[in-house]
Design a protein around this ligand. Structure first.
Ligand SMILES: [Zn+2]
Length: 247
C-alpha cells in the first residue's frame, strides 16, 4: 500500500474488523451499484471515500430537479445530464483513485449476468421489483453477494444475501409475481431516510468485502423514521424459493 493510502484510510484501518488486510481487499474490489438515485448516491459516495478500487454504476435516467432533495451525489448544474455522468464527476472529485465505469443504458439479461459475475459485491439501489428480482437471481447464480435496500415515505428496509451461507436470498421474501405499485413519486419520501438506508448499504458492502458476514446472514432491518424505531427480523431461507432453493 502506498503511503498516501495509509494516511487516507488510516481511521478505518485502525478497526480490528478492517485492518490493513481488509483495506487491501476494499482497494482491490469492484462494486456494482444499480441505480444512481436516493440509495445509490450515499452508497457510491461512501464506497468511493472508503477506497473501493472500482465502482461500476448503472442508471439510464437523467437528473431532474425533483431528484435533488434526496439524490445527494447530483448537483444543481447537473439537471438534464445523465445520472451516471453526473455521479462520476462527483465520485472522481471525492476520490480520483477510484475507477468509475458508467453504464447509461438498461442492462439486458446477458449484460447483467456479465457485470454481476465481474463484481465482488452488488448494491441494489433501484426502484422496481422487476429489476430487484432479476438482480437477485443473477447474484444467486454467480454467487456474488448482494445488498438490497428500499425506502419510501419515512420507511426503509435492508437485507443482504450472503452466498455459501444458509441465509435467504431476496426472492425468499416475496413471491415471484409480487408487485408493489407504490412509488416515491406518488407516496413521497424524505431525503435523510433514503440516505440512512443507502449509507447502511455501503456499510454492509464494506463488512462483506472484508469478510465480516456472519452477523448479516438473514437479517432484515426495518426502519421507521417517523417514530425513530428499528425492527430486526431474522429470516430463514425459504425451502421452496424458486431462486435459491433450486440450486
Ligand atoms: Zn431464495
Amino acid at each position: 500500500m502506498i503511503p498516501e493510502d495509509e494516511a487516507r484510510y488510516s481511521r478505518q484501518m485502525k478497526l480490528a474488523c478492517i485492518g490493513e488486510e481488509g483495506q487491501q481487499k476494499i482497494l482491490d474490489s469492484n462494486a456494482l451499484v444499480i441505480g444512481m438515485g436516493g440509495l445509490g448516491s450515499p452508497s457510491a459516495l461512501y464506497l468511493a471515500a472508503a477506497g473501493i478500487g472500482k465502482l461500476t454504476i448503472c442508471d439510464f435516467d437523467v437528473v431532474e430537479t425533483s431528484n435533488l432533495q434526496r439524490q445527494v451525489i447530483h448537483r444543481q448544474d447537473s439537471v438534464g445530464e445523465l445520472k451516471v455522468n453526473s455521479a462520476r464527476k462527483t465520485l472522481q472529485s471525492l476520490n480520483p483513485d477510484c475507477q468509475v465505469e458508467a453504464i447509461d443504458h438498461e442492462l439486458d439479461d446477458e449484460e447483467l449476468r456479465q457485470q454481476i459475475s465481474a463484481a465482488n459485491i452488488v448494491l441494489d439501489c433501484c426502484d422496481n421489483f422487476q429489476t430487484r428480482f432479476a438482480v437477485n437471481r443473477a447474484c444467486v447464480d454467480a454467487k456474488t453477494p448482494l445488498v438490497s435496500a428500499a425506502a419510501i415515505r419515512l420507511e426503509g428496509q435492508i437485507i443482504s444475501y450472503i452466498p455459501d451461507s444458509d441465509g435467504p436470498c431476496y426472492q425468499c421474501l416475496y413471491s415471484d409475481d409480487y408487485e408493489n405499485a407504490q412509488t416515491c413519486e406518488v407516496e413521497g419520501v424524505l431525503g435523510p431516510v433514503v440516505g440512512v438506508m443507502g449509507t447502511l448499504q455501503a456499510l454492509n458492502a464494506l463488512l462483506i468485502l472484508t469478510g465480516n458476514t456472519e452477523q448479516l446472514v438473514g437479517k432484515l432491518m426495518l426502519f421507521d423514521g417517523l417514530n425513530m424505531q428499528w425492527q430486526q427480523v431474522q429470516l430463514p431461507r425459504n425451502p421452496v424459493c424458486p431462486v435459491c432453493s433450486a440450486n
